[in-house]
Write a protein that binds this ligand. Structure first.
Ligand SMILES: Nc1ncnc2c1ncn2[C@@H]1O[C@H](COP(=O)(O)OP(=O)(O)O)[C@@H](O)[C@H]1O
Ligand SMILES: [Mg+2]
Length: 384
């Protein structure tokens, strides 16, 4: 078997969650490494029960779930749990047994919003851990350009040659559209969804305009919203919500949409090498999305927003953490400098600090509260 890249930060998060909560759910797009991570964790648990709902045998084993799961002791892993949403009802009473004879680790590749009723059913009994593609602390800082170009899906990142990574992304996209989405019980023409996905790549990092997208696709506005819900719920697009501050300024209220994985973005835009990326008009947007995903992967993605006013002041990312507000700007430049927009964001939003994340080597101070930070140093950043 090929060597696995260790994912210690994620594994520790999962272990901690298993200690604290009767149910832990690992959520992330297909192929980000959820099953592999669960197997790594399971190695140190006894007894372990594994049910893979992707397999007929796994589904059959859970045909009488109350009985089967009720008898399990130790760690119970249920893979591709979105295939059987009725399980959540069954898990509820099992979580509330005295002495907690079993812990449940659920793996899913669709968000609870897409699979109806899940979040409510297990409210207060479940913790979520996001599993995205590789982050820089896992690949090592020396692999930054490879990670940027190919993205963080393990199979694309680790592929021997650039062409193999490309072929893998191509087949991932086809399988996703033709098999995974229909399997969620969603009826959408694969070709229309593919076109929507490609258009989203062209609009990567821009304010989302449902009406305009719908017009170019020749569908109703609600259909465009539905497509967005699907791709967001399956974790291939990211919808970043706008922050609204109580100011006498008009602020943007629509979300921004990103293709989550930078390799997938490049595949959809037809960018197959670093040199093609460097001369592409979407270079800056690609960096922004890549650095954004890395930041959210490393620092957590709850309480993340962007901010933008009608008059052009902007902040790429606002993170609320420990009662404080931190700003992030993502700049694909050799030596980013202070801008008016950064000044405005600092004073309007009352930010603790702004980090300007860029591809260079050196950290330097731009202002009392503003630091230019190489992406490579992000894994060491602690917000406090
Ligand atoms: N940490 C890792 N190091 C190397 N390869 C990995 C790692 N995690 C996953 N992979 C590979 O990526 C592919 C998808 O992983 P898998 O765990 O099946 O993803 P998921 O369960 O999220 O769909 C598999 O071929 C797997 O071997
Ligand atoms: Mg899996």
């Amino acid at each position: 078997m090929k060597q696995l890249l260790p994912r210690d930060r994620l594994a520790n998060q999962v272990r901690q969650s298993l200690r604290e909560s009767p149910v832990t759910a690992l959520l992330g797009a297909r192929q980000t490494g959820k099953t592999t991570l669960a197997r790594m964790i399971a190695e140190n648990h006894k007894p372990v029960h594994f049910f893979d709902l992707e397999q007929v045998a796994g589904r059959r084993a859970l045909s009488t779930p109350e009985l089967t799961l009720g008898e399990c002791r130790g760690l119970v892993v249920i893979d591709e749990v979105q295939r059987m949403p009725s399980l959540f009802e069954v898990l509820r009473p099992l979580c509330d047994r005295p002495g907690r004879p079993a812990r449940f680790l659920l793996l899913g590749s669709a968000s609870p919003d897409l699979v109806r009723g899940v979040s409510e059913t297990l409210a207060g009994r479940i913790l979520f851990v996001r599993v995205n593609g590789f982050t820089l602390d896992e690949t090592g800082p020396g692999e930054q350009n490879r990670l940027w170009l190919r993205g963080g899906f393990p199979r694309a990142f680790l592929a021997g040659k650039g062409e193999s990574a490309w072929r893998w992304l191509d087949s991932f996209a086809a399988t996703f559209l033709e098999r995974d989405v229909p399997q969620l019980g969603l009826r959408v023409p694969a070709e229309a969804l593919r076109r929507f996905w490609i258009m989203s790549a062209h609009d990567h990092g821009q304010i989302w305009n449902a009406a305009e997208l719908a017009r170019s696709l020749g569908v109703a506005t609600n259909t465009a919203r539905y497509y967005l819900d699907i791709l967001n719920g399956a974790f291939v697009l990211r919808v970043l919500s706008p922050w609204h501050e109580n100011l006498k300024k008009r602020q943007v209220k629509s979300p921004k949409v990103y293709v989550r994985d930078s390799g997938m973005l490049h595949y959809l835009l037809g960018i197959s090498s670093l040199s093609a990326l460097r001369s592409h008009p979407r270079l800056g947007a690609s960096w922004e999305g890549f650095a954004l995903e890395q930041t959210l992967g490393l620092l957590g993605e709850t309480n993340a927003y962007f901010w933008s006013t009608q008059r052009g002041a902007e902040l790429d990312l606002l993170l609320l953490s420990g009662g404080k507000r931190y700003g992030f700007e993502f700049k694909c430049a050799d030596a980013p400098s202070m801008t008016r927009s950064i000044h405005v964001a600092l004073s309007d939003l009352g930010l603790e600090k702004i980090f300007v994340i860029y591809p260079g080597k050196d950290r330097y101070v731009l202002h009392e509260k503003v630091i230019a930070l190489p992406l490579k140093e992000l894994p060491m950043l602690k917000l406090k």
